[in-house]
Design a protein around this ligand. Structure first.
Ligand code: ATP
Ligand code: MG
Length: 456
């Protein structure tokens, strides 16, 4: 019995070298994260800062992912140097951010985010902070540039598994909040009082769901419970920040799981009007889920994904609905489509600020769609020549696969691209109806059968 106890103490199971701050320090042998696993740019940042007498650690997602034997997406470094001091040490760096300032340090093609240790806005001693945190009437933190020490910095982070500090020169891992235990238990646990932490920053609710989906972890009951009740707070978050988080969720490689979890936690309603409405319609849901599956597959295969394409798929069924309605009111096919696009984008923009350049891509993709229905004369040839043809084709393929259009249309276009130029001529559908009559017979239904649309 005693022998067993001593064995467990020596193996570190019972004895954890807890410092005064409450941190547990783990040596290399108990975590196995080596210096070689850290990216060149992150090492350059921590080494340089440490050589100037500052402390510097790899933190956040990279440490979490390395402990989980996953490849980190990017690196974050935390230090006691101020943003100005960091900026002064690296030629290729810039200070960014309003809510809190961080420094981007670039090396080769990599960018490392360096943040100065900060304290929670109500942390003891933070009264003396130079730039105090301010909150809105819901408790949301508007600015939190209150500098602090390493322990305070750990406490202001969101999840215990995101509050681990790795020192690449000593290979020590500092764990202030039981993050290593939670990683082992595959559990997401917020640091501090969950309700208060969500009020301070409602985006944390989305982060919890994103990590739950991406890591396939359980959400600790106390962390999970307030989410449903507080979900409305997301409407106070600036639209641009919501868009950033939305993009992270959709491009995580686990978009399907994330959207499912968002619905389970009651977070999709109201928060993202686009998902809200679309997921309620069977055809819309099928289309969106297929688009997300595609995106996940491409990301996992390290292929590029276009956010414009993704967002145009998310909103497509809204556009379709508006298009039909406006046509029924008497506007003709194409002008009705353009009006529908504007309407949907406008409705969306209050909540989620989709950047202008993406809006351009989205409109282009939508506007291409009616052209896929035209398979006579020179029109298919002109469409094929367009730089955006491929994206438009992929989009049309999804419409067919989801059951919105006949699969025959997709097969035709697939074949049209593959065959020799001479064979393309043979594939064209006949100009069956004389031009004048065709114009008069213009259909008023936005979603037409392929045959009807070809006669337009
Ligand atoms: P990934 O980069 O893989 O998406 P991450 O955890 O690194 O995950 P980042 O957004 O890069 O996420 O943030 C880096 C770290 O900053 C987090 O690990 C966490 O410690 C802290 N952090 C980020 N956002 C918040 C937040 N809203 N509230 C508290 N801490 C946060
Ligand atoms: Mg990160």
């Amino acid at each position: 019995m005693i022998k067993k106890l001593i064995g467990r103490v020596l193996s570190g199971k019972l004895f954890n070298p807890r410092s005064q701050s409450g941190a547990i320090t783990l040596e290399f042998k108990s975590h196995s994260v080596s210096r070689e696993q850290i990216s060149a740019c992150a090492l350059q940042v921590t080494d340089t800062l440490q050589s100037k007498g500052f402390s510097a650690y790899v933190v956040g997602g990279a440490v979490r992912d390395l402990l989980l034997k996953r490849t980190p997406k990017d690196y974050d470094v935390a230090t006691n140097a101020t943003p100005e001091q960091v900026h002064g040490l690296f030629r290729r760096s810039r200070i960014i951010g309003r809510r809190f300032q961080i420094v981007h340090v670039m090396s080769g093609r990599e960018t490392v985010e360096v943040s100065t240790f900060r304290a929670a806005h109500d942390a003891p001693g933070s009264e003396s902070g130079v730039d105090k945190a301010r909150t809105d009437e819901h408790g949301r933190i508007l600015r939190d540039n209150v500098f602090g020490n390493q322990q305070q910095d750990a406490t202001r982070r969101d999840l215990t598994i995101n509050a681990l500090f790795y020192d690449p020169s000593t290979l020590q891992l500092h764990d202030f909040h039981g993050g290593v235990e939670d990683l082992k238990a595959q559990r997401l646990r917020l640091i501090g009082d969950p309700s208060q932490r969500y009020r301070e920053d409602p985006v944390r609710m989305l982060r919890v769901v994103r990590f739950a989906a991406a890591l396939n972890f359980q959400i600790d009951p106390a962390t999970r419970k307030p989410i449903r009740e507080l979900s409305g707070l997301l409407s106070n978050v600036p639209a641009a920040r919501l868009f950033d988080e939305m993009l992270k969720m959709l491009l995580s490689g686990h978009a399907v799981q994330t959207v499912k979890r968002l619905r389970e936690e009651g977070l999709h309603g109201g928060l993202l009007p686009l998902l809200d409405v679309i997921l309620e319609q069977p055809l819309g849901e099928k289309f969106v889920m297929m688009a997300l599956e595609n995106t996940d597959e491409r990301i996992r295969a390290n292929k590029g994904v276009s956010p414009g394409f993704l967002f145009s798929t998310l909103l497509w069924h809204e556009v379709l609905k508006a298009w039909r309605r406006i046509q029924a009111q008497g506007l003709s096919n194409i002008p009705a489509l353009y009006q529908a696009m504007e309407e949907v984008l406008q409705k969306q923009s209050d909540q989620l600020a989709i950047p202008r350049r993406l809006i351009g891509d989205m409109k282009e993709l939508w506007a291409l769609q009616p052209r896929f229905l035209q398979r006579n004369g020179r029109r298919p040839f002109r469409l094929l020549e367009l730089p955006r043809f491929r994206a438009g084709y992929d989009f049309m393929l999804l419409r067919c696969q989801s059951g919105e259009l006949d699969m025959e249309l997709a097969d035709w276009w697939t074949q049209f691209q593959e065959v020799e130029a001479s064979e393309r001529e043979e594939m064209l559908l006949p100009d069956a109806i004389p031009k004048k009559r065709r114009r008069r017979k213009r259909s008023t239904g936005a979603v037409q059968t392929v045959e009807a649309a070809e006669k337009v």
